[in-house]
Design a protein around this ligand. Structure first.
Ligand code: SF4
Length: 592
């Protein structure tokens, strides 16, 4: 199929065998690459009794159909069984690795087994080799990056794990050389369990053929013109996600003190405060005309990190916050899960459950605890297990543990947008703000009017609203499969136009939703196979009980109502499985 090589590289770390295999065209056509393709390729290899940290557990690194061909297509998808949730784990990362992997001549890299000693995989000059990484083991992300560039050349792109991944911290991330993180679901620990420290790539073969090169060139240049003319581009370039801190605060969307407070000094950790007080450098991903990334005092910062390790932990001193994020970036840990887990420790200290615990706002103690977690030293060994397992081990009421399906709740409060809470409960990887980012519809940032998904009352819980959320969730599946950056200025019409030029297959917006529905349902079936039940689709009370003050004052989402509507609209049975009719319609019967 045009736009793909139609090839995967399989690496068996037990034996060192590396071989190329074909990918069926039907799978490429149905799942659009990325997260969807990773899920379907790994489906039969994942089962309930498989330990995600065992050698048998597979890991997929997948590019998408758009990779290398459209603006905002520099993202890579990574999938496997999550050691944090025990369910399907997927994550995407920006940067330059994905395009280089596709230029190497493959669409997907599949890894299984466990090397006897630390290794890195080197994909260069058309060759794939496993090389000794003993000298890299124990090193932080920036050290690994610079050593590998010295060894393999400045032009290589790379992914690696930090010390946290080596020590199997359940929320460890896979990092690129510029501290962009494939953060969620703990797949860094899966790499660590395989003794795979890094993957280095430099393309040779080039990108695959497209259906219409002339049309692709034309739509590319038209899209760039459209983005240049968009006044929002400059704002997004200047502040990136950091600009959301104050808006999120006003809406009651930015959590504080482990989701317990609605009023706090957001201005102290805002994007404006960072730009006023520090030297800030912009950094982008491949093929990005916006370049929204920011390094503040040399530390890669995003809104999610600011809120998770800042307001969520009561930390409002910028120096302390930067130090905390830097530890996560360098040790290779998801800032969201790390921040919520540390916030949980603070919450339990305040409640008297933990003696000599950690106090709100004590940024030095936060940094110390994060370092202990990354190395699993002392009490860090317990907190490295993540919020769900800590609650179980300490005998804390599960309603006080801020996670869904084991994944810590991100920095968009479910009380601020009813549909965001429903996204968390039904998300394919648990509490995830990117599957879908429905809050962007209600703030009128990224509606999809072509499919009737339009801004409205953010607290509304009607059937119509749930229908819109389902469509949005479907469409965002395609974004994560494509793999297109969800922060980019790229709408569903752009997606259809590029898809046509790349593959020669014309899509309409409704087709995108249909493709996404199939991907969502496949992952739902995979989660059910791995042990998910309807009982997992919940929101803990700690993130739903009404707050006395702030932008969500007095409001609590009615999840039982919206979940019931959701099950009806998606044609799900009481046990969470799609109806026979839905399975038939989507061509997924063979997966049950
Ligand atoms: S908008 Fe930001 S995250 Fe997205 S591709 Fe551009 S630089 Fe990367």
């Amino acid at each position: 199929m045009k736009g793909y090589h139609g090839k995967a590289l399989q690496v068996d770390l037990n034996t060192g065998e590396i071989r190329e295999v074909g990918i069926a065209e039907e799978l490429l056509r149905s799942f659009v690459g990325g997260c969807g393709l990773a899920a379907v390729l790994l489906y039969k290899h994942l089962h309930k009794d498989l330990d995600p940290l065992s050698p048998e557990a597979p890991l997929a690194f997948a590019t998408g159909v758009f990779t290398g061909f459209s603006p905002f297509s520099g993202r890579l998808a990574i999938g496997g069984r999550s050691p944090l949730t025990n369910l399907w784990g997927e994550t995407t990362v920006g940067g330059f690795f994905a395009v280089e992997l596709k230029r190497f001549g493959i669409d997907v890299l599949l890894v299984k087994g466990k090397a006897q000693k630390p290794v890195y995989l080197c994909l260069k000059e058309g060759k794939a080799e496993l090389k000794d990484a003993s000298d890299l083991w124990g090193k932080k992300v920036s050290e690994v990056s610079s050593l590998l560039k010295q060894k393999e050349g400045e032009r290589v792109r790379l992914l690696c794990i930090g010390p946290a991944g080596e020590r199997l911290v359940r929320f460890s991330s896979i990092m690129d050389e510029n501290h962009r993180a494939a953060g969620r679901t703990g797949l860094g620990a899966v790499m660590g369990s395989k003794n795979l420290k890094a993957i280095v790539v430099q393309g040779k073969e080039g990108l695959p053929e497209v259906a219409d090169q002339g049309r692709l060139k034309e739509v590319y240049s038209q899209t760039l013109d459209k983005i240049s003319a968009n006044p929002g581009r400059e704002l997004w370039h200047t502040y990136g996600t950091l600009m959301y801190t104050t808006q999120g605060y006003e809406l009651g969307d930015t959590p504080a003190k482990y989701f317990q407070e609605g009023v706090f000094p957001a201005f102290r950790i805002s994007g404006e405060a960072m730009l006023d007080n520090y030297e800030v450098k912009n950094e982008g991903c491949a093929l990005c005309p916006v370049i929204c990334g920011h390094r503040v005092r040399g530390v890669k910062m995003e809104y999610e990190s600011v809120a998770a390790l800042g307001s969520n932990c009561g930390v409002f001193d910028l120096e302390g916050l930067l130090d905390a994020v830097e530890v996560c970036n360098e040790m290779g840990m998801d800032t969201i899960s790390a921040g919520v887990t540390v916030g949980f420790a603070m919450y339990l200290t305040e409640k008297g459950v933990l003696k000599d615990g950690i106090r709100w706002g004590d940024s030095k103690a936060v940094v110390r605890l994060l370092e202990q977690i990354a190395l699993r030293e002392g009490i860090g060994d317990l907190w490295a297990e993540g919020t769900m397992r800590v609650a179980e081990r300490l005998g804390v009421d599960p309603e006080e543990a801020a996670h869904v399906k084991g994944l810590e709740v991100p920095m968009h409060d479910p009380r601020a947008f009813s549909m965001q809470g429903l996204c968390y409960a039904t998300g394919v990887r648990g509490a995830c703000h990117m599957r879908s980012d429905y809050f962007t519809v209600d703030i009128a940032a990224a509606p999809i009017p072509e499919l009737g998904v339009v801004p409205g009352d953010r607290f509304e819980e009607s059937e119509q609203k749930v229908k819109m959320m389902v469509v949005h969730q479907n469409v965002k599946e395609v974004w994560n499969s494509g793999v297109i950056c969800m922060l980019g200025m790229f709408d569903i019409n752009d997606l259809c136009t590029f898809y046509g030029a790349i593959t020669g297959i014309e899509l309409k917006p409704q087709d995108v939703s249909n493709l996404g529905e199939k991907s969502y349902m496949l992952k739902r079936l995979l989660n059910l196979k791995l042990g998910m039940t309807k009982g997992h689709e919940r929101l803990p009370k700690v993130v739903t009980m009404p707050l006395k003050k702030g932008g969500t004052r007095g409001f609590s989402p009615n999840l039982s109502k919206t979940l019931e509507l959701y099950y009806r609209i998606r044609q799900l049975k009481e046990d969470g499985y799609p109806s026979e009719q839905k399975l038939e319609e989507l061509g997924l019967k063979e997966f049950v």
